[in-house]
Write a protein that binds this ligand. Structure first.
Ligand SMILES: [Zn+2]
Length: 381
């Protein structure tokens, strides 16, 4: 059984799958090393995921007899994948897409934890993957009274649309039989529901680490109504508003509209982190610099902000079981397991940072990390 890594090509391939009337079973399995470090914990998570899939099929009155029978076989195929001891090394989550009817069986390792989930639909359920395959810390929400679009990315990597919600709220014209007031109340309720759904999508994405900072574009009225409905966690990440057409602008047009605000924000954010770093290093307090010291703090889950020069790489070793990362070690000091030698451990370091909910900042506008070994950290305690 071939297990693939997630990249943009893989995502495009999955998006191209046509099920032609068959149903596709999509399973997401969380393997977050901080929650599911032991084989036992993983086995339990696998079992409850498959139980959930069974339950969906038992209650799947909306499926035809043939679809249900085919999906039952798909679940069995996934079950035997795990009982055969699938190689989960290095995966923080797994995505599985199965449809015997459509000739699909794909298993993809994911670099970040994702909530476990079962979805049965007309094609592979790819929404959680779209965020992972996109590079960048920024989310841009474009919102009006009926449509929401979310783009993810960065100034360097560009932006990609990862989500679109079209809640078809009726126009403001009166319609047969309804009084104007009653009709208007109906519309207001629909707009309210649309903004509420949008707010929930943003919160879910923030929770799985899909973005750090948020911009919103749209008509005045929609943006302020949206801001009022943001969850407090999401609101903390809200930076400002951009001027852009909600429904028709391209990803590049959105990027250009957002560029000045993004640059200004990034400069200020880098400056603030560097100031805290210097203060911490100066007083021998909550800061670390240089690869070895920073890795030691990451391994202890003490990092609040990880700072890196863009393009910085370093060879080292990483433990595929628990995620421990170092420049060298004969075996994992945490669980004694075998370590893997890697040409570049910075990606592993960034993953460790993400798992401990640290902010990760690539220093694009300031060069001060050059004297600090190109990597540094501000610590929580
Ligand atoms: Zn280990």
């Amino acid at each position: 059984m071939q297990i693939n890594q997630l990249n943009r090509e893989k995502l495009r391939e999955l998006a191209g799958i046509r099920a032609d009337g068959a149903k596709v079973l999509s399973l997401y399995l969380n393997l977050d090393p901080s929650e599911f470090a032991t084989g036992q914990a993983r086995a339990t998570e696998v079992r409850s995921l498959l139980d959930e899939a069974d339950r969906r099929l038992r209650n799947g009155d909306w499926l035809t007899h043939e679809q249900r029978a085919a999906l039952r076989q798909d679940v069995e195929r996934v079950r035997s994948l795990f009982s055969a001891g699938a190689d989960l090394k290095g995966a923080h989550a797994l995505a599985i897409f199965a449809s015997g009817q459509a000739g699909v069986f794909e298993v993809v390792k994911l670099p970040r934890p994702i909530e476990s989930e079962v979805v049965i639909d007309d094609g592979p359920y790819l929404e959680p993957l779209a965020d992972l395959a996109t590079v960048g810390d920024w989310a841009i929400l474009l919102v009006n009274r009926r449509m929401s679009r979310i783009l993810r990315g960065s100034r360097d990597a560009g932006f990609e649309e990862v989500f679109r919600l079209d809640d078809d709220v009726h126009g403001w014209h009166a319609q047969g039989g309804w009084s104007q007031a009653r009709y208007q109340r109906g519309i207001e309720k629909e707009i309210h529901d649309h903004l509420k759904r949008t707010s929930e999508v943003l919160l879910r994405r923030l929770r799985r680490g899909a973005f750090d900072l948020l911009l919103i574009g749209g008509p005045d009225e929609a943006v302020s109504a949206m801001c009022e409905r943001l969850h407090p966690y999401v609101k903390e990440r809200y930076v400002g508003r951009i001027e852009v057409d909600v429904e028709n602008s391209t990803a590049d047009q959105v990027r250009d509209a957002a560029a000045p605000l993004i640059e200004e924000t990034e400069r200020a954010r880098e400056r603030k982190a560097l100031d805290r770093l210097e203060e911490g290093l100066g007083t021998g307090g909550r800061a670390a610099a240089g690869l070895d010291d920073v890795l030691a703090e990451l391994n202890q889950r003490k990092v609040e902000i990880l700072m890196l020069d863009p393009g910085f790489t370093a060879p080292g070793v990483a433990c595929p079981q628990c995620g421990w990362t170092g420049t060298d070690a004969p075996s994992c000091p945490v669980d004694g397991g075998e370590v893997e030698r890697r040409d570049d451990i910075i990606e592993a370091a960034i993953q460790l940072a993400i798992v401990q909910s640290a902010e990760v900042i690539q220093m694009r506008h300031h060069a001060e990390l050059d004297n600090r070994g190109s990597i540094a950290a501000v610590l929580r305690f």
